[in-house]
Write a protein that binds this ligand. Structure first.
Ligand code: TRP
Length: 332
């Protein structure tokens, strides 16, 4: 069969994808599908831990699939699917709830953080979210889970749950390794460069579906720095705004920081900001155009996520059967 190592990652369709998502993790995925047997899913079950607008959620889920394909995830070479299409995630999630301690979930920093932000809706799903995530992972028995730094603790608890389960029932679940990408650029907000680019600061955030004129406007208004040298230089501590733009320009053009510094030497920021904007427009153009084309072909997208759910479902179902058997559930 296949000797490639397996990799799995889930992405919540809870917001529109932006430049930070693209230049950080997404840009590296097309290369990864050549090396690994990859599963990517839209984590819709996870999004409802906070209230979602149903029509928006449906639209975002479909758009996100189209954007992944458009940015190079060839569905012939990896498995793309929607989490809620594979019921085994929720089924294993229930099982693992019974092997996860209240105390360890209480220590999750993301729970504490989200609970304080959504104090009107601290639901049980928000609390047990890492258990569902552990089920998402363990059900495919992957070798690696590529995640951002913010999800590292969730991969750790997943490993703890798997080890606890294996300690009781034998080697049932493969214990995966987190895979924190080496080159993942950390893109900051264009108008608040101390914070990560995020959809909650839309003026400082470049969305993958933004029109070129909107992208240009956002870059022209980007916050630079109030120092007197007014020189394009990568120095994140001293010059967070300019350094962020240098990083974006480097990622979009493939140029090194040194090349960029000499390209704009003695020119101030007036030429630099629109140049970054143009580079980003050209980087995103093919992705936006291809996404639009795919969204106009619903039948094709449907065929992709159906085939994905079929393939993922077979793998997931096998793990679930094995777990049920170990637990002593009577076979159907
Ligand atoms: N919790 C992840 C996030 O918010 C999304 C996610 C859900 C995930 N299930 C996963 C990531 C499984 C990796 C593996 O970003």
């Amino acid at each position: 069969m296949n000797e490639k190592k397996t990799m799995l990652s889930g992405i919540q369709p809870s917001g529109d994808l932006h430049l930070g998502n693209y230049l950080g993790p997404m840009r590296h995925w097309p290369g990864m599908i050549e090396t690994y047997d990859c599963f990517f899913f839209m984590a819709d079950l996870h999004t409802i831990t906070v209230r979602q607008d149903p029509a928006q959620l449906r639209k975002r889920t479909l758009t996100q699939i189209a954007q992944y394909i458009a940015s190079g995830l060839d569905p012939e070479k990896c498995t793309l699917f929607v989490q809620s299409h594979v019921p085994a995630h929720a089924q294993l999630g229930w099982v693992l709830n019974c092997y996860t301690m209240f105390g360890e979930l209480s220590r999750m920093t993301q729970f504490k953080d989200k609970a304080s932000k959504h104090s009107e809706n601290i639901n049980a799903g928000l609390f047990t979210y890492p258990v569902l995530m552990a089920a998402d992972i363990l059900i495919y028995q992957p070798d690696y889970v590529p995640v951002g730094e913010d999800q590292r603790q969730h991969v750790e608890i997943c490993r703890d749950i798997a080890e606890r389960f294996n300690g009781i029932y034998g080697d049932v679940l493969r214990v995966p390794e987190p895979y924190i990408a080496k080159v993942g650029a950390r893109i900051m907000s264009l108008n608040a460069p101390e914070t990560k680019m995020s959809k909650s600061l839309p003026e400082g955030c470049v969305f993958l579906m933004d029109k070129p004129e909107d992208i240009m406007r956002k870059f022209k208004r980007a916050v630079t720095d109030s120092d007197t040298e007014r020189c394009v230089r990568y120095a994140p501590g001293e010059k967070p705004g300019v350094s962020n733009l240098v990083q974006i320009y480097a990622a979009a053009t493939g140029k090194s920081f040194e090349e960029i510094e000499s390209e704009f030497a003695g020119q101030g920021y007036g030429k630099f900001k629109p140049a970054v904007g143009e580079a980003v427009v050209e980087t995103l153009r093919p992705i936006r155009e291809e996404t639009e084309r795919l969204l106009a072909d619903k039948a094709y997208l449907e065929s992709v996520y159906r085939a994905g759910a079929e393939k993922a479902g077979c793998v997931a179902e096998k793990t679930l059967r094995k777990v049920y058997k170990k637990l002593g559930f009577l076979a159907r």
